[in-house]
Design a protein around this ligand. Structure first.
Ligand code: PGA
Ligand code: ZN
Length: 425
């Protein structure tokens, strides 16, 4: 049972305030979790509570932290930490808004995840095992960023994430080794183009490209230069994050020739999928432009994973509606987009029930918190997206996955192509 709940302000990977929650059980077990924060956010996401004003650029979380120590602590005191559904229902009822705006999704997600950690600690189990119970788990296929762009890099490219996936790697450890080779090769190519200008928000090389195609060409060359075969051992995965580029009224591609209609946008994405070894594309259209997104899925969804992020916002009801409309064939799962562990799990289950792939994902603002590695494994999500292959807020998650893979043991099954749940052939 819960003895106390406290909150504190910490700092995230962008140097902005964020919320940590700490839950103490009567048994002495403790759970802690830190809220992440997005930059390219969907309009239908749960809302973080920020102090506004001038301090910390308005990003202060004093009010969110205060809510944890008062109202939330009072409501959860004495509750069973093992009943996550009841805890999360109590948090939602207490907040009493549709988007967690009153207490803040940052406060609520930190508490929800901290309770989960405390319950696993009480059971004396690693979180992934506590979540999986006795079920067999697969080690998720990682999706790893090589170049960052979009809202994470001053819009130096229109496309937000240029990533790689290694479904034939056979193990998580090997997938990271191959990705490290590609990351280094990409750095050498960037250096040859001009002075390296650092990394973007999620640690991918800062983009210095004349066009989005230039970035795709360079990534393909980097895979070749790394000694791993593009389209066989290493595939490209893109997060277009098209919500940042426009909507049904048209898309503004600053690097290319300018404004594209929804139809032209879909055609452009399909062309990229034909020209480059692309296996996965996230948010090829804006959050409410389901026509364009469905057109892309109809055209290439039998061979390319089409992921909904801003379009679904980890909301089970939106997943259901998007499945009816055949908008995509995979769902990105970010707990803080909806606010609680239970609601995120419901979105994942709704997606899996439709035969979709599921990808547990970090945000662009992160911390040393490694909860998502455990969720991806314990929920058998099949895929994990964390950002690049540098910066410790990213590496902490990859490194935790290596520990989990080791703990699962020698017959740990790497998800590989099974991660796509048969949605793509
Ligand atoms: P965000 O980006 O965390 O800034 O929203 C991540 C993503 O779009 O997948
Ligand atoms: Zn995204």
């Amino acid at each position: 049972r819960i003895a106390s709940v406290t909150g504190r302000q910490l700092w995230d990977s962008r140097g902005r305030p964020t919320v940590e929650a700490e839950v103490l059980l009567q048994s002495g077990a403790v759970g802690r979790a830190i809220a992440p924060a997005g930059a390219s956010r969907g309009a239908h996401e749960a809302i973080d509570l920020r102090d506004g004003g001038t301090a910390f650029g308005g990003f202060g979380v004093n009010r969110a932290v205060a809510g944890i120590g008062s109202e939330i602590a009072h409501a959860l005191a004495g509750m069973d930490a093992g009943d996550q559904a009841a805890i999360d229902a109590a948090l939602c009822a207490l907040d009493n808004t549709t988007n967690k705006a009153r207490l803040g999704a940052n406060a609520i997600v930190a508490v929800s995840m901290a309770v989960l950690h405390a319950a696993a600690a009480h059971a004396r189990e690693p979180l992934w095992r506590y979540l999986a119970k006795s079920a067999k788990v697969r080690i998720p296929l990682p999706e790893i960023q090589i170049f960052g762009g979009g809202a994470h890099a001053g819009r130096r490219t229109d496309v937000q994430d240029f990533m790689v996936m290694c479904p034939k790697a056979g193990s998580f450890r090997r997938a990271l080794e191959i990705t490290g080779d590609v990351y280094r090769a990409a750095g050498r190519l960037m250096e040859a183009k001009g002075p390296l200008s650092g990394v973007a928000d999620e640690g991918g090389w800062w983009p210095n490209f004349a066009s989005n195609e230039d970035a795709l060409d360079t990534l393909t060359k980097a895979i070749e230069a790394s000694g791993h075969r593009p389209g066989e051992e290493v595939f490209i995965s893109l997060d277009i994050a098209a919500n940042e580029l426009g909507d049904a009224g048209g898309y503004e591609l600053a690097l290319d020739e300018g404004r594209l209609s929804g139809e032209a946008m879909a055609a452009r994405i399909v062309e990229w999928a034909q020209r480059y070894p692309i296996l996965s594309i996230e948010d090829p259209a804006g959050q409410d432009d389901w026509t364009t997104m469905a057109a892309v899925t109809a055209e290439i969804g039998d061979r390319v994973q089409i992921i909904g992020d801003d379009v679904l916002v980890t909301n089970a009801a939106r997943v259901e509606r998007a499945a009816e409309a055949e908008v995509c064939n995979a769902a990105l799962i970010k707990v803080n987009q909806v606010g609680t562990v239970t609601e995120a799990r419901a979105a994942l289950d709704a997606a899996a029930a439709r035969g979709w792939g599921t990808i547990v994902s970090a945000r662009s603002g992160e911390s040393e918190d490694v909860t998502i590695a455990h969720l991806a494994t314990g929920w058998d999500a099949g895929q994990l997206k964390v950002g690049s292959f540098t910066r410790s807020e990213r590496m902490a998650k990859w490194n935790e996955m290596l520990r989990i893979e080791e703990a699962v043991g020698p017959d740990a099954e790497f998800a590989g192509f099974s991660a796509f749940a048969g949605a793509i052939g």
